[in-house]
Design a protein around this ligand. Structure first.
Ligand code: ZN
Ligand code: ZN
Length: 162
């Protein structure tokens, strides 16, 4: 919030109500969602007059709150707060405001965080029996996937611990 109050692009916005938004955590095993801004029941996200009082909760992935990801979590929080400030979707104005976040490295951490979550939640390794290529996943491949180079079915191995 301190950083947001110094951002020129947010000049004139009342940021104070953001402080009252309840903060929550996503389910630990969420893999695709890193953060979410949940509006109150019946609120239309496309409403141009959205405000922080329409927000029920901002939730972040619990893994992002670990010290090595905090830098990314701050960016996530900023992203969700932009939704709370009245930008329901990811339109060009939203992307413009999002790009004003001073920590440029933080946004890029999203890609690594996604990889991290996948490994963290992995229960299986899919291995190619021919070329030894492998990847970690939360579900079995169950014969549905082929190795891209060898075109043979990947084989599931159960991971015992993360
Ligand atoms: Zn968003
Ligand atoms: Zn292969």
């Amino acid at each position: 919030m301190g950083i947001m109050s110094q951002m020129e692009s947010l000049n004139g916005k009342d940021l104070q109500p953001l402080a009252s938004i309840p903060l929550g955590r996503l389910r630990r095993n969420a893999t695709r969602l890193h953060g979410v801004c949940r509006f109150n029941k019946g609120v239309d996200k496309r409403d141009v007059n959205l405000s922080p009082t329409d927000v029920r909760e901002v939730a972040l992935h619990p893994e992002s709150l670990k010290s090595e990801w905090l830098q990314y979590a701050e960016f996530l929080m900023f992203h969700e707060f932009l939704h709370a400030l009245g930008h329901g979707g990811h339109d060009s104005e939203f992307r413009h405001l999002e790009a004003q976040w001073p920590d440029k490295e933080a946004k890029q951490m999203g890609v690594n965080f996604a990889v991290h979550l996948r490994k963290h939640n992995a229960k299986f390794t899919w291995k190619c029996p021919t070329c030894d290529w492998q990847t970690e996943r939360s579900v079995r491949s169950a014969g549905r996937y082929l190795c891209r180079s060898c075109k043979v079915k990947l084989v599931d191995f159960v991971l015992t611990a993360n």
